[in-house]
Every structure is written in C-alpha cells, then in structure tokens.
Write a protein that binds this ligand. Sequence first.
Ligand code: FES
Length: 120
Amino acid sequence: MLINFESRWTRIAPTASIPPREGRAVTVAGAELAIFNLGERFVTISNQCPHQGGPLCDGIVSGAVVVCPLHGWRFDLNTGLAVRASLPACVETYPTRVEDGIILVDVAAARRIEPNEAVA
Ligand code: FES
C-alpha cells in the first residue's frame, strides 16, 4: 500500500489575530483545534480536553503550558501531554508555522504521544 506523506498546510489566520499568551479555536478538515501564540512562535493542539471536553483554547497560558478552563488540567503545548493531572492524558499536537504573517497548520500530520510512551 502506498501511503501519502505529503503535508497539507492550511492557512489559518494572520498572526496579529491571536494576541500573545492567548488561544483561538478553529476547525480544519473536521478537526477542532486550539492555536496559541507563545510570543516567539505559534503552537496547535486539539481543542478538546480529554477530561470532560473543556475548550482548551480558552485556557490560561503559562510558559508552554495551557490550563483547561473547566477543571484545571494542564497540558504541555509542545508534547500535548497532561502535566500533573490526576490521570494520564494527552491531546494531539499539530505542526504549525508562520509564512508571510499567516499561521499555517498541517492537520494531516497530527501527533499524539500516549502518556505511557513518555515514561518508557
Ligand atoms: S474538562 Fe478539562 S480539566 Fe476537566
């Protein structure tokens, strides 16, 4: 079977549309994403908290961590792994880059690190 690894970058929005330390929700190809401006770069994760579906885009950003606005689970925005959560958990991360002032995300290249992989 031939697998197509060609990336499919989707133009999302101008960088100025997301202030530093804030997130925005966007749906691309059926995937609900949360894009964050970390100041020096943008990162994208799944918008749905694995605990009870909280909107991670509305969470407070501290460093490279976002705090879920519903019950406070924290997720590393680089890996998608929960930080000090009561249960092992993770969300998908998506390659994100900026080109000519526009944020682009490769939804087809979603990456998910299962918590047991992180400690192995
Ligand atoms: S829904 Fe996110 S911590 Fe509960």
